[in-house]
Ligand binder design. Structure first.
Ligand code: SAM
Length: 322
């Protein structure tokens, strides 16, 4: 079992299937503007399946596919179908910007995907185009509808809150939970990526966000499916939920149960630490399963007790796998 030196049991692997994306978001931009990895650097589906299979053998139970934008990688449906059949898997989810969901949601569900998290920072078309670099808000809204219709339950909306950029829309985004069984999760803006435009002044804490939402009604605590990092609440009678992810104001490192796999095959034990363990040399030199299993433990040994022992991570979310 993947237990670390600090008593945490690791059962969750976030797998980034590509660094490519069909958006150009503000927080994923930097000086080295959108230089993608050469395709041969990215793990093949066979290599990914092998790593996941070994992870499952060691106690991983939940897999989340992410990127970049995972839905832009060709062959993803077939890959999902293969992952979904692996022994030991309890949950298979995907994080997406939602742009391709309107056309893919039904097929994703059929392939064996359980649920989706959809990133959405604004409901205003012009603002979306400015923050995300492409005018695709309508497609995302259609994608959310399609995910609900396909039964990719629960559908969670991830909103990164940035003061002066989208904090005047908190109530509008929260109102989505009054109409549909969506879980709208407000995420504190984090300093991720060298050269990324993170500013202290743009930070708004979950406590402040929650206070602002009280203008819409009382928020009662609720339990959430998946025991993730979000604290969840609901307005009286609402079909949906509100979540807060307090990665900055109140970190949840002591409950951290995850490892990340970057698109080029590095096991990354902590989002905020640049220490990674490279699996690709093992995968491409035909190392045996035991050597790969050992590599999981080597990566685990690099997992810090708390992210406060780390610095701002060098890589951007899109290259780590957000
Ligand atoms: N393309 C997929 C998507 O849009 O959800 C997956 C990758 S994207 C990098 C994952 C998430 O990271 C998005 O929800 C994005 O908002 C979030 N993210 C990126 N930079 C961030 C930052 N500095 N602070 C908080 N969240 C961030």
């Amino acid at each position: 079992m993947l237990n670390d030196a600090f008593g945490r049991q690791i059962d969750y692997l976030r797998v980034s299937v590509t660094d490519r994306c069909n958006l150009r978001c503000l927080y994923c931009s930097s000086k080295d503007q959108f230089a993608w990895l050469p395709p041969e650097e990215i793990l093949t589906y066979e290599e990914l399946l092998r790593v996941i299979r070994i992870g499952l053998r060691l106690g991983i139970r939940k897999i989340r596919l992410t990127g970049g934008e995972p839905l832009v990688r060709k062959g993803l449906l077939d890959f999902i179908a293969r992952v979904s059949r692996l022994e030991g898997l309890k949950d298979l989810s995907l994080t997406t910007n939602g742009i391709l969901l309107a056309e893919m949601a039904g097929a994703l569900k059929e392939a064996g995907l359980r649920r989706v998290n959809i990133s959405l920072d604004t409901l205003r078309p012009e603002r979306y185009a400015r923050l995300c670099g492409r005018p695709y808000l309508e497609k995302v809204l259609q994608g959310i509808e399609a995910a609900l219709k396909a039964g990719l339950h629960p559908v969670k909306i991830n909103t990164v809150v940035m003061k002066g950029q989208n904090d005047d829309e908190l109530e509008d985004l929260a109102r989505l939970t009054l109409k549909a069984p969506l879980e709208v999760r407000f995420i504190e803006f984090m300093p991720v990526g060298e050269g990324a435009p993170w500013q202290k002044e743009a930070f708004l804490s979950a406590r402040e966000i929650k206070e602002r939402l009280l203008s819409l009604g009382d928020l009662k605590p609720t339990s959430s499916i998946g025991a993730g990092p979000a604290k969840t609440y609901a307005f009286p009678g609402a079909p949906g939920k509100i979540g807060f992810i307090t990665a900055m104001s109140e970190h949840f490192c002591e409950r951290c149960n995850r490892l990340r796999l970057t698109p080029e095959g590095k096991l990354r034990p902590c989002l905020f630490s640049d220490q990674e363990f490279d699996l690709k040399p093992l995968l491409r030199s035909h190392a045996g399963d035991e050597a790969l299993a050992e590599a999981f433990f080597s990566a685990l040994a690099l997992k810090p007790a708390s992210r406060f022992k780390t610095r701002i991570p060098r890589r951007l979310m899109r290259s780590i796998g957000g």
